[in-house]
Design a protein around this ligand. Structure first.
Ligand SMILES: Cc1ncc(C[n+]2csc(CCOP(=O)(O)OP(=O)(O)O)c2C)c(N)n1
Ligand SMILES: [Mg+2]
Length: 329
């Protein structure tokens, strides 16, 4: 795709979201590495452009399904930061009472319907949500975000087939960060472009530079519009890179040094900032104010969450098993 020119309003929205995603990631990483929080966390650092473009292209009433590496997607969809931190830090003020951890975050009021740690398994659920939107006669669109590795699962293929057959209002977003845990994508598939998988289901498939938020936004908007107007699903492959390890604690020794150095040089966050400044439409002061606002929002959320209680021990089985009294001891 060519370089898209977006309105400054959309670019501002995208940068605000990216700043918030980066501030959340920085704070979680710092909190976990220092021992301040005890949590499992899968960093999205480097992939902010994809989630910000998706979030900016969706409406509040649209729905999202994502994965364990989903905090950036949640923020793009508008999850309150207190809900996000409270779930990750295991506090009872969270939507799932602090029992979801990082991997199963949901916030139905903001359209975050499901996050899942089972690779690929969110995609069929998103198909069900898109079918519900179609049966309701609503103009709601469902977006599902997943990794390159997830496209090797049967769940992806079954879901893509049904979504295509039923012409569902679904946007399938593959965040191709070139690795599935420690395995490079080209060790697990022969095709060069994951978007080629769309051909098997007769739906539109596109590959975009996910490190270019403007180009990605153009593709996401087109896919969202297609879904909303009855044109069916789209597979958008956004090429990006996971600048941190699979999870915190991963030393990344399996990533060639040159590849990592190149990716760090192309970090989409400072690159987008530079683009906005160079365009002349944004001043240094305006962007600094957006960053300060993001940091302040994160600090306020962490303060609230730190002061909140953990769920009481006797409630641990509640909302986990349908019949908590029959739960295994
Ligand atoms: C069904 C299933 N198989 C294996 C795993 C172990 N696992 C967790 S994350 C992961 C890698 C997935 O890679 P990708 O889909 O590219 O997403 P990324 O982590 O890069 O965002 C694997 C294999 C799992 N959680 N679920
Ligand atoms: Mg991956």
């Amino acid at each position: 795709m060519g370089v898209a020119t977006l309105s400054t309003d959309v670019q501002r929205r995208i940068y605000r979201l990216m700043a918030r995603m980066k501030a959340v990631d920085d704070r979680l990483t710092k909190g976990i590495l220092s021992g301040e929080f005890i949590a499992i966390y899968f960093s999205h650092r480097g992939q902010e452009g994809v989630a910000a473009a998706l979030g900016a292209a969706l409406r509040e009433t649209d729905q999202l399904v994502t994965t364990y590496r989903g905090a950036h997607d949640h923020i793009g969809k508008g999850i309150p930061l207190v809900d996000l931190f409270a779930e990750i830090m295991g506090k009872e003020i969270a939507p799932a009472k602090g029992k979801s951890g990082t991997m199963h975050i949901a916030s139905p009021e903001t359209g975050v319907m499901l996050s899942t740690g089972m690779v690929g398994s969110g995609i069929p659920v998103a198909v069900g949500l898109a079918l519900a939107a179609q049966l309701d006669g609503s103009d709601r669109v469902v977006a599902v975000s997943f990794g390159d590795g997830a496209t090797n699962t049967g769940a992806f293929h079954e879901a893509a087939n049904m979504a295509a057959l039923w012409n569902l209002p679904l946007v399938m977003v593959c965040q191709n960060n070139l690795y599935a845990e420690k395995t490079p994508t080209d060790h697990t598939m022969k095709i060069k472009k994951i978007s080629a998988r769309a051909t098997a289901y007769d739906i539109v498939g596109v590959t975009v530079n996910g490190n270019d938020p403007d180009e990605t936004y153009a593709a996401m908007s087109e896919a969202v519009e297609r879904a909303r107007s009855g044109g069916g699903p789209t597979l958008v492959e956004a090429l990006t890179f996971r600048l941190r390890g699979h999870a915190i604690g991963d030393d990344m020794v399996y990533i060639p040094k040159e590849q990592l150095a190149e990716a760090e040089k192309n970090d989409p966050y400072p690159a987008y900032r530079q683009r906005l400044i160079s365009s002349g439409a944004f001043s240094e002061d305006e962007l600094a104010a957006i960053e300060a606002e993001a940091t302040a929002a994160v600090n306020a959320a962490v303060k609230t969450v730190a002061a909140a209680e953990f769920p009481a021990v006797e409630t641990l089985m509640e909302h986990v098993y349908a019949n908590p009294e029959k739960a295994p001891a």
